[in-house]
Design a protein around this ligand. Sequence first.
Ligand code: NAD
Length: 543
Amino acid sequence: MNNAIFRFPNPGNEPVKSYAPGSDEKRELKKALTQICTEEWDIPLLIGGKEVRTGNTGKVVMPHDHKHVLATYHKAGEKEVQMAIDAAMKAHREWSELPWVERASIMLRIAELFATKYRYLLNASVMMGQSKSPFQAEIDAPCELIDFLRYSTFYAGQIYADQPYSDKGILNRMEYRALEGFVFSLSPFNFTSIASNLNMGPAMMGNVAVWKPSTTAIHSNYLLMKVFQEAGLPDGVVNFIPGQGSVIGKVITASPDLAGFHFTGSTATFNTLWRQMGNNLETYKSYPKIVGETGGKNFIFVHPSSPTLEVATAIVRGAFEYQGQKCSATSRAYIPKSLWKEIKEQIAAQLSEIKMGDPQDFTHFFNAVIDETSFDNIKSYIDHAGQANDAEIIFGGKCDKSVGYFVEPTVILTTNPQYKSMVEEIFGPVITVYVYDDNKYEETLELCDRTSPYALTGSIFARDRYALQMAFDKLRYSAGNFYINDKSTGAVIAQQPFGGSRASGTNDKAGGPLNLTRWTNARCIKEAFVPPTHFSYPFLGEK
Ligand code: NAD
């Protein structure tokens, strides 16, 4: 019987490899890329640890070369969704009652497998399946994925150690039970690490999950499942069911055992699922816990005291890394008239050096957007700006989907602070700039706060400390992750806990203790040592 009270040490972040010319990691990654590009995977559903093939299939293609098929995957129908729910519920008792250190050990083993044996295969899968450059793939998967796993064990220990005070004569305890049911995890295409964590965060706290991966991230997400299994995750703890969201969502939200919904994706999808759960409220045995991190319209706000080259660089990196498909990508900028000419020239100089194409060529900073639907949507915003009276395209704007879904890094300049692309999330490589009068700093801050329904990330650039303080106050609710003299992207687990409010989600800070606590159902236990033997109290004796 192991009765240790265990504390995992603070793990620190997984070091990011550089993939510089001549490095071992570059050689290993190139080998893994060749493997991924020459194989065609067959991807089944994984339910209760077993492979299930439905025969209703779809293709996984490279976004930058859409004729190249990476895999064929099987889609779940209503029957398989119910099978996945049943498998999760079957695993519930044993998994939730397993000592937490045993669960943590599996998490750490998965992290280690991705840090070593599967590091390059995972990177190559993300590069080819989701069109990421080597660096963008590295910081997502494996690095952030590993950080999520290691820090969830660290924070789980802190949560479990947090126990109530016991007065004399009694003993109080808190049992952090798993939720009484299963968690539905619904993941986006853009971060492999998030897809892993949507399952593994709740699993760390003893929960079982039914997971619908994004159709455009199935290749890497299937590899995650295979490694979860290799690390010893018991059958049924996570059940992998690719397929059509609306079909799967309908069966899941009608299940009486739905106890949690862990989501990252667009605001529209989150709203649809929340509405479905609301309509089924009387069906559920418990109120499902709902955690969703959703869209953004992230800003850079520049004060006239700012250094211009740093601003231009933050715009180029913030708006265009991973083709603007990070939830935190900068998509609107407020720039004072006095600095605009200089910043514009510096953006132009940097954009002229950016090369676009297949991620297998490491000189390409910029790759393709995820799929045709996304390409067409982004292009519609660019076309709109091309015809608008109050906006013009000043850089980029070319779109070509003949080989891959390529959209140039695009900068729109508008005279209208409420122009469509200043307000709506586009989720592509498009940033809109509004130039304001230097003497209207305060009112433009207020404008920035009111312009969009989202509140995910935002940056303020200034040397003037009073100006920074004013922005800090005026933009208090405009961003859940607020940057000072830095770009709006690149949050690191345990350093900048991530999430936003308003239409950007429930702000439960993925990967941190706030999020993990949501996946517990606390039972408080009070024990009396010498219970009373008569009902009366002293106040009853009036005289
Ligand atoms: P999405 O909403 O289109 O899809 C997310 C998941 O939901 C996918 O698995 C999809 O298949 C599924 N889905 C879609 N419609 C559904 C329905 N009606 N019923 C059930 N499932 C359904 O999002 P995406 O395009 O994969 O990701 C991009 C979005 O995610 C952007 O809006 C971005 O801002 C957001 N995002 C936010 C964060 C954050 O932390 N706030 C992080 C990453 C991505």
